[in-house]
Design a protein around this ligand. Structure first.
Ligand code: ACM
Length: 508
């Protein structure tokens, strides 16, 4: 009996769209019983990525897919000068760049760095039929479309943010989220760790932050208790790093600090304890700019978070500080900037921070819905990089339709086309291509109660932002995107990932 054929994929049926795609339909390769994976000689990183690929392919194929350095039809090779664009010019190609060639005899990936092999593996996974994501053996032929892909990211920073302060998500849930994100070449996960309703990271010397403000009854409506121990956080950072994801920790200051002030009344102006809050208000709490206790606290927290975080960034929030006077805000930010530098990190802040003069190394994250922002433009002109997260395009907590649930709608309702149909280099006057570090899609958790809620708000909009961050602008095309996105319905179902079945997408 012949095996049923799966739908053959096209070489360009990938999200984010690769930079260059040259199909050769006469050169398809079929993964079979005897296929093996060969990795770059002497590279433990390449070997580990080979094992990662094998683990992705084994359940559905049922094949052994041994991984070794001597032979194998699927080769993951490190080459310091891979031919990464049409004119053979490798200058300045980022680590995530790769070349992938499928011929009738096999598949070869070349990259200068392990991050490029990992990115190529995500492409390879998408080139296989959706059945590859099933958790058990599937009958069919595993055809990879022939030809060549040469690929590289448009921006170095392509992020997602998860708010674990308004609702806590466990280590296992955050790991699952990372696994869902990396398929779209997302390489940063910003964790919003603290806010008015909860404090979610254990800090040495300040145990009540998590004992009191990470415990029962915390989070919006009191439904999201929990916190990451130092060991949990370290485990997450390591899990992310194995997937080429940098964790960006955020301690939101000087506003959004009610949970800290519940735990430590000395952080309030009069030293009197404040009541815990589980509502969704913002802009009512503030650290005290002219109190030395404030900076002792902030320095301890910054030192600790920096020590636990191998990545280069530390996000200090700085948004919605309506309970802080402009003068106090400036005083506070100017005291905190050198502390972040002292502990070896590059500061990121929501763009309100750019109202204060910043060092060139500081990064402003634009999040509002206005058409202009003077502070962000000035910071860009002074050499700071910008991360684009306009709420009316990238906020994953906005509703898809006026009546969809969960979600909020203060920045509008955002369907898939709206999350796709914009460009970060056109979003703000004074902020163009060369000023951008990249893009990020934040997910705030006031209305979320489960990992399924997280997934439903993330998919299918996150792939739109991921493509804007990775793919060359010339590839941008809504009709092409919605067709490519349609193929993810069965993939997500096979992976057990919930998604919103947006009517704009011709789901298969
Ligand atoms: C924000 O949405 N307050 C950054």
């Amino acid at each position: 009996m012949s095996e049923p054929a799966f739908q053959r994929r096209g070489l360009g049926d990938v999200i984010p769209a690769p930079a260059e795609v040259r199909p050769d339909p006469a050169a398809d390769f079929t993964i079979g019983e005897g296929t093996a994976i060969r990795t770059a000689p002497g590279s433990t990183e390449a070997r580990r990525i080979g094992e990662y690929l094998a683990a992705l392919l084994r359940p559905a194929t049922g094949y052994a897919l041994p991984v070794g350095e001597d032979s194998g039809e699927i080769a993951l090779l490190l080459d310091p000068t891979p031919d990464l664009d049409a004119d053979g010019d490798f200058d300045g190609a980022p680590d995530e760049s790769y070349r992938l060639e499928v011929t009738a005899s096999g598949v070869t990936v070349w990259a200068a760095a392990a991050a490029g092999l990992f990115a190529a593996v995500q492409t390879l996974r998408q080139l296989l039929p959706a059945a590859i994501d099933a958790s058990g053996p599937q009958q069919g032929t595993w055809v990879l479309p022939g030809g060549e892909i040469v690929d590289r990211p448009r921006f170095p920073y392509r992020g997602a943010m998860l708010d674990i302060a308004r609702h806590f998500f466990t280590v296992a849930e955050i790991k699952a989220y990372i696994d869902s994100l990396v398929q779209f070449k997302i390489n940063h996960l910003h964790l919003h760790l603290t806010d008015d309703q909860g404090w979610r990271l254990e800090i040495d010397g300040w145990p009540k932050l998590t004992e009191v403000s990470g415990g029962e009854g915390t989070g919006v409506d009191g439904t999201g208790p929990g916190f990451l121990t130092r060991a949990d956080y370290t485990e997450l950072v390591g899990y992310a790093a194995e997937r080429f994801v940098t964790i960006v920790p955020e301690i939101d200051m000087p506003g959004h600090v009610n949970a800290a002030q519940v735990a430590y009344p000395e952080l309030t102006a009069d030293g009197v304890a404040v009541a815990p809050r589980t509502d969704m208000e913002v802009g009512y709490s503030s650290l005290v700019a002219d109190k030395e206790e404030t900076y002792a606290f902030v320095e301890d927290v910054v030192r600790e978070v920096a020590a636990l975080t191998p990545g280069p960034y530390l996000h200090i929030g700085g948004d919605e500080a309506q309970a802080t006077t402009a003068e106090d805000y400036r005083t506070f930010i100017q005291r905190v900037l050198p502390l972040v530098a002292k502990y070896g990190k590059r500061v990121v802040g929501w763009h309100e921070m750019a109202g204060v003069e910043l060092p060139e190394t500081a990064i402003a994250q634009y999040w509002r819905i206005e058409a202009t922002d003077e502070g962000t433009a000035r910071a860009a002109a002074n050499g700071s990089k910008v991360i684009m997260s306009p709420a009316d395009r990238t906020y994953l907590d906005m509703k898809y339709t006026p009546d969809s649930k969960p979600g909020l709608d203060w920045a509008g309702v955002i369907n898939v086309e709206r999350s796709y149909d914009w460009d970060p280099a056109d979003r703000l006057p004074g902020v163009s291509e060369q000023h951008l570090l990249g893009v990020e899609a934040p997910l705030w958790s006031e209305t979320l109660r489960s990992l399924a809620d997280v997934q439903t708000m993330t998919f299918p909009r996150l792939p739109a932002v991921a493509e804007i961050g990775w793919s060359p602008r010339a590839t941008h095309d809504w009709e092409s995107f919605r067709q490519r996105l349609a193929a993810f319905g069965p993939r997500w179902r096979n992976q057990g990932i919930a998604f919103h079945a947006s009517p704009e997408i011709p789901w298969t």
